[in-house]
Structure formats: structure tokens, C-alpha cells
Design a protein around this ligand. Structure first.
Ligand SMILES: [Mn+2]
Length: 322
């Protein structure tokens, strides 16, 4: 979307906040912890659909927890102000509402549908189609293979610990993907990125209270206050800092997460099993050989430097923050 719509973006660490008179955050809140806004930077405008945090203070606060996508609030305010919505902006807003509500099927409100219809007709259909069906980098397919290889299920639960990942979003994407397995009601995915273990939880039941559940799950693992944890009914996520944890202990932490995930769901004698279909169709040694045969330019940037990949389960990569 960023390239198709030529959206000018800047890394947060390259922004000099002092040279701007107003700072706004969207789809998050300054005190929430799921954003990179430095704590000392004053925030003037908050537009969000997560439950309002108790200590939230800003000049303008537009928080509507009942709607499915934050973009809906923006569409409503654009309409209200009678400002024209250019095609590229309409395209971005259409995609935002659609992707966050899984095509208006997940936690979507009437207001989301109305907002969607308004911006959909103003969108560029050609660009929208390209955004919905983008060409994907090789790294994406490696992650899909990894998710399938690592997926384990128990009763109606599925989980996959992806290990080192190249982009943090892949964790949520794979959690969505695994939830589509028949008879599965809950999916849990983790990935190691920088100094964090990124956790994503998905539920198929609209009343699942996934946000509450993920807090419970993570608070069992760490004692520190849960700043970087939150979510909605069907989607939730969080981060566990790995700075002071040894590599072997990270594996242990991942195993414990799976165990607690099932236990908190009320299961005893938990026995995670590789999903039979997935375990039968892909072998790790095959994946390893395939990756080693790829020409270097086809490998994702983070995998290029390593001479030979001997163990797909632990591709050593130092992801760069983007
Ligand atoms: Mn959101």
C-alpha cells in the first residue's frame, strides 16, 4: 500500500518532534505501549478504537471502542467536515477498514459498513486490487513454510513459534492464517524480533475476549507491568522483552506459553501434536536443501550473509528494524 499509493513515511527515530506543532496517534494511545512514540513527546490528538486508557490525556480524543476499524472514525470526520476525499486516500481507508475487520466479518459495526461503502466508491479499483493481492517477497513464503512446519495443535487450539522473524507483522498474519484450520477456535503465534518476543492471539468466537486472555497468558510469564499487551474480542497481542533472557531460555518460554495457553483454556494433560497434514507434507530437511539451492539474490536480505543454512528451524538472522 505504501508504494502503490506513494505514502511518504519516515522512521520514528528520524523525526524531530520539536519542529511540529501537533502530534497525532492513530489506532493506538500514547500510554498503551503498542507504539513507538517516545514517552516524553506530548501527544495532542488521539484517534483509536481500543478501550480508552484511564490515564489518557490529549487535546482531542476520538475513541470509539465499539467500532471495528479506526479508519471508520476518520471517514466519519472527513464526511462531517465536508472535505473532499481524493482517490488515493479513499483507497487507503477502504483497505484499512477491510483488512482490520477481515472484509467486515470480524468485530465490524454498522458504522464500519457505512464508512466502507462511502470510501469504496471513491477508491481506485486498480490500486485497491494491487494492494489486496500484492506480490510477496521470498521471505514471506519462508515464513509460511515455517509456520506450517512448526504448527502444533491440541483439541481446538493451534500454535506456532516462528523463531527469528524478519518483520513483526508476520506473527499476526500467521495467527490469522492458522485460525482458518477447520475445527480450530484459538490460534497463538510468536516470533522473535529484535529484543522482543512478539505474541499474537486470534479467536474465532466474537465473544472470546482475546484481549483479556492474552493479558492473563503473558502475566504468567513476566512480573513487570503489562504495558505492551492489549487487544479486542477476537484479536490480541503483546510483547515480552527478551533482553535479559538466554537463547535456550527463550525456547523454554515459548514452550511454557503453549502449555499455559492450553491450561488457561481449561485443558489438563496437554499434549501438543504436529498438525498431521502439515507434518506429512513438508520435511525440514527438504526445506533446508531447497533454501541452500536458491541463488543468493533470491534470499531475503537477512539470510544472504549466512554461508549455508544448516538448520531451518533456527536461521540465524539479525533483522534490521524498519
Ligand atoms: Mn485497530
Amino acid at each position: 500500500m505504501v508504494s502503490k499509493l506513494k505514502i511518504p513515511m519516515k522512521q520514528i527515530n528520524r523525526i524531530r518532534f520539536a519542529s511540529y506543532s501537533r502530534v497525532a496517534v492513530v489506532d493506538t494511545q500514547p500510554v498503551a505501549g503498542n507504539n513507538s512514540l517516545p514517552a516524553e513527546v506530548p501527544c495532542h490528538i488521539v484517534i483509536d478504537h481500543h478501550p480508552r486508557r484511564a490515564n489518557l490525556k490529549a487535546d482531542l480524543v476520538l475513541v470509539s471502542p465499539e467500532i471495528g476499524a479506526t479508519a471508520t472514525i476518520l471517514v466519519e470526520w472527513l464526511e462531517e467536515s465536508q472535505l473532499a476525499i481524493p482517490a488515493d486516500l479513499a483507497t487507503a481507508l477502504t483497505y484499512a477498514i477491510s483488512s482490520e475487520t477481515q472484509d467486515l466479518g470480524r468485530e465490524a459495526d454498522k458504522r464500519d459498513v457505512q464508512a466502507y461503502l462511502k470510501v469504496f466508491t471513491k477508491s481506485s479499483m486498480r490500486k485497491l486490487a494491487k494492494i489486496f493481492h500484492p506480490s510477496l517477497p521470498r521471505a514471506y513464503f519462508i515464513m509460511v513454510a515455517k509456520a506450517l512446519n512448526k504448527a502444533k495443535s491440541f483439541r481446538n487450539l493451534i500454535c506456532a513459534h516462528l523463531g527469528e522473524i524478519s518483520t513483526p507483522e508476520i506473527v499476526a498474519e500467521m495467527a490469522d492464517f492458522l485460525l482458518r484450520h477447520q475445527r480450530i477456535g484459538w490460534s497463538l503465534c510468536t516470533g522473535r524480533f529484535g529484543d522482543d518476543l512478539i505474541i499474537s492471539l486470534r479467536a474465532s468466537n466474537p465473544k472470546a475476549k482475546a484481549g483479556k486472555f492474552v493479558r492473563q497468558l503473558i502475566s504468567r510469564q513476566i512480573k513487570a507491568p503489562l504495558n505492551k499487551v492489549g487487544g479486542h474480542d477476537m484479536t490480541a497481542g503483546g510483547r515480552i522483552p527478551l533482553k535479559d533472557i538466554l537463547k535456550d531460555d527463550v525456547v523454554e518460554l515459548e514452550t511454557r506459553l503453549s502449555q499455559d495457553f492450553a491450561q488457561l483454556k481449561g485443558y489438563k494433560d496437554v499434549e501438543w501434536k504436529p498438525c498431521p497434514v502439515m507434518a506429512g507434507t513438508t520435511s525440514l530437511s527438504k526445506a533446508r536443501n531447497t533454501i541452500n539451492k536458491w541463488p543468493k539474490w533470491q534470499l531475503p536480505r537477512w539470510a544472504r550473509s549466512s554461508k549455508r543454512i544448516t538448520n531451518v528451524t533456527s536461521i540465524s538472522c539479525k533483522p534490521t528494524r524498519t
